[in-house]
Write a protein that binds this ligand. Structure first.
Ligand code: PRP
Length: 219
């Protein structure tokens, strides 16, 4: 039977680096888009499993789609879950992909400024505030949307809070990592209502993904 839009199970994927690591893992769990996502300008993709579609979003929009039930399931970095919270969501599985660290960083030659006056540039405003508060510091937080490493160079900020993977971006911009805030990887999230109403199909999918994650770990 042809599936209708309302009975389609929608999975919101995070585009970019996370997407490149998500697609092979989902393929190992038997779920693949019917056409190449990276070569298309479309945003909705039917998959090899009847009644299951992918939508491709910015990471910061994935929890919003899943929280409101516009998507049943999502793949999103733990950094964004920490920043935006998990209200209305279940975090069901660590996919163990797109691993990185959330860190503070500053210029190589800088000494850590006077606590009361420190300026911190980041897109992770809530995480930054909580982290500096745990060190007894109330920073002046400057919200940016990308290229955080430029802020100390241009004297917009003293430190940044950002994700660090290889460390190459920090190094290339004369910066050093300072505090380790958290280890990050991508997580599978599920809308709370969907988990009740579509439990059997979601549980089957989570089980297949869990098996795929476990077999990678076993290699
Ligand atoms: C992220 C992050 C750093 C960089 C770290 O940016 O903001 O700039 O990757 O990676 P590295 O340690 O391997 O150099 P991304 O390219 O994801 O783009 P963004 O600025 O949009 O977050």
């Amino acid at each position: 039977m042809q599936s209708t839009q309302s009975d389609t199970l929608t999975i919101a994927l995070t585009k970019g680096r996370i997407l490149r690591e998500t697609l092979p893992l989902f393929a190992e769990a038997g779920l693949e888009p019917l056409e190449s996502i990276e070569r298309s300008r479309k945003l909705i993709f039917p998959t090899s499993v009847d009644g299951v579609s992918f939508v491709v979003l910015r990471g910061s929009d994935v929890p919003t789609y899943v929280r409101h039930g516009a998507a049943d399931i999502g793949v999103v970095g733990k950094d964004l879950l920490m920043e935006f919270g998990d209200e209305g969501l279940y975090e069901v599985l660590d996919l163990e992909i797109a691993r990185c660290r959330l860190m503070t960083a500053g210029l190589n030659f800088s000494t850590r400024g006077h606590a009361a006056k420190i300026r911190v540039a980041t897109k992770f405003v809530n995480i930054a505030r909580a982290h500096y508060a745990s060190r007894g510091i109330q920073p002046n937080i400057i919200k940016l949307y990308g290229a955080m490493e430029l802020a100390p160079i241009m004297n917009l900020a003293d430190e940044i809070v950002d994700i660090v993977d290889t460390g190459n971006t920090l190094k290339a911009n004369g910066m050093k990592p300072l505090d380790h805030i958290a280890d990050i990887s991508s997580r599978l999230i599920v809308n709370r209502a969907s988990m009740r109403t579509r439990n059997s199909v979601i549980s089957a999918l989570v089980e297949r993904l869990t098996t795929a994650v476990d077999s990678r770990r076993a290699v």
